[in-house]
Design a protein around this ligand. Structure first.
Ligand SMILES: C[S@@+](CC[C@H](N)C(=O)[O-])C[C@H]1O[C@@H](n2cnc3c(N)ncnc32)[C@H](O)[C@@H]1O
Length: 228
């Protein structure tokens, strides 16, 4: 783990209690809907196996649990405090929650039918390595579905950048009592790769049929692909 990953880990270990509230505010309540869409696009068979990486407070894993009651669902993250929030939620008892660094998964090659993740890539030190790990653990024909932020452009970028500079540290201060954590959110959101750039890395590691649907004025994106 690099020092950048260590800082991210320590930040998520601090914001765990406020994460869901701030996330709902930031996405105007749309996050839950996007998690359901991610689960749907994973297109799991009745008894399939799904791995949700960077599961955090577990929203995507829980959406998958509800959609595929007969499937085997894993939710993994490198923040124990975020996992503790996930474990407290209704339905959590039917999910395997585990500590894992996305750069180095303990799972065997070709052992999952679907891999999902929300807001992982913009937080990691090595996007390509993380996607390669996902490709490795997927079975041939398996699907990857990604929820990410997407950097806004033009006037929207100016407006959002100004808004986030004021609103995020304030939210951080008021709700999480942690200004720095939410200031990081601004830089990681506005500075991240475009869907087009992420798609190129996905294709480089071997994924095919890569495509995406942008959300919320292009500020968020759901991307998908499969392992041939
Ligand atoms: C913004 S939260 C997203 C949580 C959840 N997926 C969602 O959509 O609400 C990002 C999560 O990624 C986790 N994370 C970041 N880097 C990671 C890494 N290298 N390995 C595992 N988890 C990581 C953090 O601990 C945090 O829980």
């Amino acid at each position: 783990m690099t020092s950048q990953d260590g800082r991210v880990q320590s930040m998520f270990n601090r914001v765990n209690r406020s994460y869901d509230r701030v996330n709902a505010l930031m996405t105007m309540g749309r996050h839950a809907q996007w998690c359901r869409e991610v689960a749907k696009r994973a297109d799991l068979a009745v008894t399939g196996r799904l791995l949700d990486i960077a599961t955090g407070t577990g929203e995507i894993a829980l959406a998958a649990r509800r959609r595929y009651p007969g499937a085997e669902i894993y939710g993994v993250d490198f923040s124990e405090n975020m996992l503790a929030e996930a474990r407290r939620k209704p339905g959590a008892e039917n999910i395997e929650w585990e500590f894992a660094d996305a750069h180095q998964l303990r799972f065997e090659d070709e052992s999952f039918d679907a891999v999902t993740h929300g807001y992982l890539l913009r937080n990691v030190s090595d996007v390509e390595r993380v996607l390669r790990e996902q490709y490795r653990v997927l079975k041939p024909g398996g699907r990857v579905v990604v929820l990410e932020t997407s950097p806004p452009r033009g006037l929207l970028k100016l407006v959002l950048s100004a808004g986030m500079s004021v609103v995020l540290p304030l939210l951080g201060q008021l709700i999480a009592k942690d200004r720095e954590a939410y200031t990081y959110l601004k830089s990681s959101t506005l500075g991240f790769m475009t869907p087009d750039e992420v798609a190129r890395v996905m294709e480089r590691v071997g994924f095919r049929g890569v495509d995406w649907s942008t959300k919320y004025f292009g500020t968020n994106v759901i991307m998908w692909g499969h392992k041939p």
